[in-house]
Design a protein around this ligand. Sequence first.
Ligand SMILES: Cc1cc2nc3c(=O)[nH]c(=O)nc-3n(C[C@H](O)[C@H](O)[C@H](O)COP(=O)(O)O)c2cc1C
Length: 141
Amino acid sequence: MFRVIYLSSATKLLSNDELSFLLRNAKIKNRKNNITGLLLYIDGDFLQVIEGEKKDVLNLFELIKIDERNRSIITVFSDDVDKRQFPDWLMGFSQLTYHDLQKIDSFENITKTTLSNIDDKVAITFINTFVKSHRNQISFI
Ligand SMILES: Cc1cc2nc3c(=O)[nH]c(=O)nc-3n(C[C@H](O)[C@H](O)[C@H](O)COP(=O)(O)O)c2cc1C
């Protein structure tokens, strides 16, 4: 299994309809490609976890990098992993603000700048903490 975690910024703020469209198509394709993961949309920034077979994950990441809906992509993590973190989520999704994130334990000072400088271990801790504390705000169907 392979996992990529990246951060990017939306080229322009996306409406709910645009986000639903993106997510619907992503899930259709992810089902075909056996990709799972999590997408967070935080005040116009994306933090995404993509997992699956290495070639499928890297192919998708190349497409996302040239997708005009986002820019300034920062790869936080890209490596082999033992197993999927989100085996049941074709693409879990949550829309939130940096203000929401500051309520999470040990991330009181998180802002866009600190998030973009985050190292892989902190990013993974952050994602785990977020998923545990906000499970009811994640849509995964
Ligand atoms: C933030 C973001 C996340 C995306 N996530 C996925 C994804 O999980 N799966 C996917 O297939 N496409 C995703 N896309 C869309 C891809 O960039 C690309 O448009 C799509 O895979 C192309 O599909 P097509 O070749 O069938 O047109 C995402 C795009 C953006 C901007």
